[in-house]
Design a protein around this ligand. Sequence first.
Ligand SMILES: Nc1nc2c(c(=O)[nH]1)N[C@H]1C(S)=C(S)[C@@H](COP(=O)(O)OP(=O)(O)OC[C@H]3O[C@@H](n4cnc5c(N)ncnc54)[C@H](O)[C@@H]3O)O[C@H]1N2
Ligand code: MOO
Length: 417
Amino acid sequence: MKDMTAERDCGCGCTASGSLGLNEAMALSARLAAPVPEVEEITLSQASGRVLARAVCSAFPVPRFDNSAMDGFALSSSALEGAGPWELPLAGRVAAGASGAPVASGDAVRIFTGAPLPSGTETVVMQEHVALVGDRVRINQRPAKGAHVRRRGEEVAEGAEILPIGCRMTPRAIAVAASGGVGRVTVRRRVRVALLNSGDEVRPACATLSDAQIPDVNGPMLAALLSRPDTDLVMHRHVPDTLDAHLEALSQASAAADLVVTTGGVSVGAEDHMRAAAAMLDARIDIPSVAIKPGKPVVVGQIGAARWLGLPGNPMSAYVTFLLLGLPLLDALCGAPGAQRLHRVRVLNPVRRQPSRSEVRPAVLDATGCSVTIGGPVHSGRMTPMVLADGCVLIPADAEALSPGDMVDFLPFNQGI
Ligand SMILES: Nc1nc2c(c(=O)[nH]1)N[C@H]1C(S)=C(S)[C@@H](COP(=O)(O)OP(=O)(O)OC[C@H]3O[C@@H](n4cnc5c(N)ncnc54)[C@H](O)[C@@H]3O)O[C@H]1N2
Ligand code: MOO
């Protein structure tokens, strides 16, 4: 018989009362931060993953000059009088990177892909469609006027905006800037992030552990998630379980960073000092907790001038809440808000559950990438089942069951930029 107890219990025991709904929390998180104000000018080779603080305009028309799209022969269509076939004298050669001499009326020249069209020509015939007869070019079929020619400015006019402010410099955006003759771009400076991991039981992953100690999972996991071209991890510390240590660490981190990410100490235990220390530093709380399973104790607020993302200590909870609330916050700080991270997928297998909070479950995509097989309930402390998942589905708080064919939100795990 199926054990429904296991479906009800994520090891958390929380109720949804007093928490923000997941969708509301995600939307709010994206609105909570303004872009860092400072900008810097960098070369295209330094720009991968950075966010534009100024729009990029093309330095010249693209293409810069009329040029051939094929290896073949350039001619003026007026040279093809009457009915074909035609034979035109071969009067020269122009390769990419060279400027051809003007072509006399009635002549043809050999031309290569990317070479400028010599004056006196406006049409290219592919070499596959001609025959060379001695020093003459034989053409059987009339080409369309302007065939195989890429016209100056047909893609972009001189001075036109080619990349908007807030655009992330993906390889595609870098290609567009380069094609417009732009070698330097103005981007936001990197977002400074401080990462604090709390817990006396938590030791560096390579340390010798006593009976009651565990390896630090959140530290390396979040350092990896924060290892991004638009982010500078300016501080990464372990915080002992005392209020004083939390106060000192939070006050240093909030002075040094735009975003303070903490793990642990946000629940209700007497050893959970993060919220108390934040309160003593006059933190403003924007999202006190979220009706999500796992991850309910996550908190988003502000300490001094820094944003604060307080993740739960359980690694799985920390991971999903970072993806759901931390990434939109980082996007906003970077100046590139609005990334669409969730997409709708079709459910392949039936799921039954107790409606309570929105529930995160691991999911594996099928070959189409549009349908998922949904795994069992997650345990907030266990990361192992996540390694083989492509992402997770977000089951709505009120859903009792999912049936094959239902549509559900899917968050891919290959997140980031
Ligand atoms: N009485 C209640 N107890 C708990 C509640 C509750 O509502 N009432 N909520 C539970 C939920 S849900 C979660 S999640 C955790 C969150 O607790 P904290 O954020 O205060 O985190 P800790 O207590 O510090 O740690 C929880 C858990 O995670 C382990 N941990 C912490 N840091 C790390 C790390 N860096 N690497 C690996 N594992 C880590 C820690 O040992 C604990 O087992 O609270 C529940 N309790
Ligand atoms: O389930 Mo808690 O919500 O372990 O993060």
